[in-house]
Design a protein around this ligand. Sequence first.
Ligand code: SF4
Length: 228
Amino acid sequence: MKFCGLQKTTLLDYPGHVAATVFTGGCNFRCPFCHNSDLIQPKVFMLEDEILTFLRKRSRILEGVCITGGEPTLQSGLKEFIMAVKDMGLEVKLDTNGYRPDVLAELCSERLVDYVAMDIKSSRENYAKACGLVHLDLDKIEESVELLKAGDTAYEFRTTVVKGLHEKEDFPAIGKWLEGCSAYYLQAFKDSEQVPNHYFETPSKLEMQLYAKYVKPYVPHVKLRGID
Ligand code: SF4
């Protein structure tokens, strides 16, 4: 398995854990607001051995590893990598766009992941636009949503709210869709050099609070993340 980056320590990426974050390359989505677009067609790689050696050295200090991308479920060696990490006594958080429900189901059923953070890019109606695919198979997303809701792996759903992409109508629709889920976060988009298009804006705190209010009747524990 090849990696595109390593953040040696983070307190943010795996809530409640001192963690390292590893970045995988490649993605099956083309979100126009992607904040990691350099990882979609990466040119620089780190070897798995290099990453595992680092994690082994730090396994007494670290509590967990966050695996993010790109889209980690595209990696053929993901399961073996996770098994090696778990052998070190570390917990594993997986960030995913949910477009490979078969991989997610296997990792959850074999208890290889301790926490899953799955992106909900938009309402069903606007999903294809938000993930940049002309031919989106929404059933795959639905399948991942349902398997997380029905399973016993800790999880969260999360939406990066993008001004210029999302409409207020998306949020009650997302709320209805995710009704009954255990955790849902709204996080505000922030522009950066990595974002492929610079015509999107950060929603205001008031807008974020309003969107959370639209979701709340269906998901009482909706929370805002990264809002001052
Ligand atoms: S799923 Fe994530 S990595 Fe892939 S294009 Fe969208 S934002 Fe970027």
